[in-house]
Design a protein around this ligand. Structure first.
Ligand code: HEM
Length: 402
């Protein structure tokens, strides 16, 4: 199945490319203690070629947090912080308490597929005197006509993505990350998201977003031969990118959904906007969820069955010179605004080896005529370089900071 399919409903067994997953259902726990459920006991490996939280199936809870180094903190302080964060991440992902005074928030729970993923923003390199090693891939994203960006909730020196299949386990990690940062970096922005709980559906299925669409169907999957090349920086990367081997670039956009407007459409109108059926995500050109889109199929009216401005047509790699990305979002809901509309939408996170061959060309095209544009608003933006996974004994980012 697709990454989305694996993440939405079912049990996680076996290894996913990059960050491995181990199930600790048997053994480990004391003989008298009842065994944890599969959801609780599933552990994602911290060490590996790639950081965890990229190809890991979607978790039901997510926290995003961005930091800026405090005035006076430079490369040395940043290295010490990444070392602390790495120790914390490795420990918590094993389901163990944090070093020092733990908050006990996740006491009783297993690792619950906890992942922590770390990234560096463009400004990090100036603050740490590492500008010569800043990859061109961190150049600012172009401005898009539909952007309504809040700079205070955008970008940042450092970024951490936390995901877990338990809300308390995820919050526990968020607190630990924030406490580790004390004295070195202060919070710039923080956002909370969610996906469907593991086990909520009868079988593993692709996730749905808050518009009710099946979302994630056509994601690249690790089994495809082009996957690594599209998503991860290659081993032989040279120059300013050498330290990014095995890493990936995250484009993070808080995309508000204008749900009252969206829900004002009839179901057939909604399906035309995406070019896929709502019930099962199948293309309007026919078949089931995973049937390829037939972009040329004509209806009785002589028009293409998948409209020319349908989101799934415009974003398809074939329409964008092969540009592709791994979308791994969380939904968010931050209450109801004064105007009565929900502050809800998608914490859109796209992973790719190079934003100029992933997010940028696709968003340029979407910006010019996506039927979905009338129902969404990009409110924040971030671009972060997430280095390769740490080898045993290494901390995340060591190849840049040592
Ligand atoms: C596909 C929803 C924003 C890129 C899809 C699909 C849905 C969807 C329902 C079809 C199922 C699938 O293949 O996953 C949304 C919503 C968005 C949003 C609700 C905003 C709230 C974006 C943005 C980008 C993007 C900002 C990138 C710039 C893609 C791509 C595909 C896709 C690449 C797969 C196309 C294909 O290969 O067939 N999206 N999307 N989407 N979307 Fe979005």
């Amino acid at each position: 199945g697709t990454l989305g399919a694996a993440g939405a409903g079912g049990l996680v067994v076996g290894a996913v490319s990059g960050a491995g997953i181990a199930s600790a259902v048997s053994g480990e726990s004391a003989p008298s203690a009842p065994a944890l459920t599969t959801v609780g006991s599933t552990e994602v490996m911290f060490h590996g070629k790639h950081q965890a939280g990229i190809t890991t199936p979607l978790q039901s809870r997510g926290h995003l947090i961005a930091f800026d180094l405090v005035p006076g903190a430079g490369r040395k302080e940043a290295a010490a912080l990444l070392r602390r964060w790495s120790t914390t991440a490795g420990t918590l992902m094993e389901g163990k308490p944090a070093n020092g005074a733990d908050t006990d928030i996740s006491l009783d729970a297993g690792p619950s597929s906890l992942t922590l993923t770390f990234g560096f923003g463009r400004t990090f390199f100036d603050r740490t005197g590492l500008t010569a090693r800043r990859p061109a891939q961190l150049d600012p994203l172009p401005a898009f006509s539909s952007d309504v960006l809040d700079p205070k909730r955008s970008e940042g020196d450092l970024w951490v993505q936390i995901g877990a299949d338990d809300a308390l386990v995820a919050f526990h990690a968020l607190r630990a990350v924030q406490k580790d940062a004390a004295g070195a970096a202060r919070v710039r922005w923080q956002m909370n998201g969610f996906n469907r709980s593991a086990g909520a559906t009868a079988k593993p299925m692709t996730a749905r977003n808050l518009m009710g669409q099946v979302d994630g169907t056509n994601n690249p999957v690790p089994a495809q031969s082009s996957f690594d090349q599209r998503i991860f920086v290659p081993d032989g990367a040279s120059g300013a990118q050498a330290w990014m081997a095995g890493g990936s670039y995250a484009v993070v956009r808080r995309i508000r959904m204008l749900l009252d407007d969206w829900e004002g459409l009839s179901r057939p109108e909604q399906e035309q906007v995406i070019g896929r059926r709502k019930s099962d995500g199948a293309p309007l050109s026919g078949g089931s969820e995973t049937t390829p889109l037939d972009l040329n199929k004509l209806g009785a009216d002589g028009k293409t069955v998948i409209p020319n401005n349908a989101h799934s047509r415009i974003s398809a790699p074939a329409q964008n010179g092969g540009a592709a990305m791994l979308r791994r979002p969380f939904s968010y809901h931050d209450g109801i605004g004064a105007d009565g509309t929900p502050d809800a939408g998608l914490l859109f996170i796209a992973w790719q080896a190079d934003p100029l061959r992933g997010f940028v060309p696709v968003q340029r095209k979407l910006d010019r005529g996506d039927a979905l544009s009338a129902f969404i608003r990009h409110e924040t933006s971030g671009l972060f370089a997430a280095p390769g996974g740490p080898a045993t004994g290494e901390y995340v980012g060591q190849r840049l900071l040592e």
